[in-house]
Design a protein around this ligand. Structure first.
Ligand SMILES: Nc1ncnc2c1ncn2[C@@H]1O[C@H](COP(=O)(O)OP(=O)(O)O)[C@@H](O)[C@H]1O
Ligand SMILES: [Mg+2]
Length: 264
């Protein structure tokens, strides 16, 4: 579904007088249709950069990227993105927010209303259709943001620490909801997180990145059964997988911590 070949990104260093920053180096991955694929790595290692390249929001400086066989050169209808920060319009209700993308694409009123109602049901917010974001909890607002992205029927949903601002319990429950949606739509999801438990709870595979410049450290197969709910967290297998991700990540986190302490 998604193929990355030797993707690299270097920021700056041309005519702005600043030193160039290599952010991502030589990443090659193949994500299968319907896969839940997570990317984890130390803070500042290039996770968001990689996701923004996949979403066509910024160009790579090297390598090639294809979605369902088509080369990605800019924003792409088959890819939608959900960010960590709030991305709902405060002046629109849940319905208005979820309908927004279809409105932009000129879809008629009746059709977009019907699709929005269905998508809102899928994220469990039917009772809150007429509420404004300020009347919803943080977790509910992120569900609105997810519905808003999914209504465009993207082949791939990109999520950049979408639950990062939420408390642990809400994060776990919302993760469980996201897996149900994934199963219902057979959606392909690429999910950036710095939370190890979350990466194991949700994923089919976890890509562990090195400290900056972000390269592939290792790939961990999460061979936990589907459908999966959050009770899996209590299992020995879950604990072993968390340990496996952490042992790959530990050295890189220490390296990243030292880099930051030295101010570069
Ligand atoms: N627009 C930009 N210009 C210059 N440097 C950038 C830009 N965006 C990100 N960087 C740098 O690239 C590195 C990776 O950033 P980012 O992808 O945001 O990391 P992460 O999401 O893993 O925390 C950081 O060192 C960051 O300072
Ligand atoms: Mg980031």
């Amino acid at each position: 579904m998604l193929n990355l070949r030797n993707i690299s990104k270097v920021f700056g260093g041309t005519d702005d007088g600043l030193a160039s920053v290599p952010a991502v180096e030589n990443i090659s991955i193949d994500v299968r249709a319907g896969e839940f694929f997570s990317i984890i790595g130390p803070s500042g290692c290039g996770k968001s950069t990689l996701l923004r390249i996949i979403g066509g929001l910024i160009p790579a400086t090297g390598g090639e990227l294809t979605v369902a066989g088509e080369t990605v050169k800019g924003p792409h209808r088959s890819i939608a993105m959900v960010f960590q920060e709030e991305s709902t319009f405060p002046w629109r209700t849940t319905l208005g927010n979820v309908e927004f993308g279809l409105e932009m694409h000129g879809v008629g009123h009746a059709e977009r209303r019907q699709k929005a109602v269905e998508m809102i049901r899928l994220v469990g917010l039917s009772e809150f259709e007429k509420r404004y974001p300020s009347e919803l909890s943080g977790g509910m607002r992120q569900r609105v943001a997810i519905a808003r992205a999914l209504i465009l029927e993207p082949k791939i949903l990109l999520m950049d620490e979408p639950f990062g601002a939420l408390d642990e319990q809400t994060r776990i429950i919302l993760g469980e909801e996201l897996l149900k949606i994934r199963d219902a739509l057979n959606q392909t999801i690429i999910f950036v997180t710095h939370n190890i438990n979350e990466s194991v709870q949700l994923s089919d595979r976890v890509l562990v990145m090195t400290a900056r410049p972000g390269k592939i450290k290792t790939m961990v197969e999460i061979d936990l059964p589907h459908p999966r709910d959050s009770s899996i967290i209590a299992s020995d297998r879950f604990g072993r997988l968390v340990g496996q991700v952490w042992s790959a990540l530990r050295e890189e986190s220490i390296r990243s911590f030292r880099q930051t302490e030295q101010g570069h």
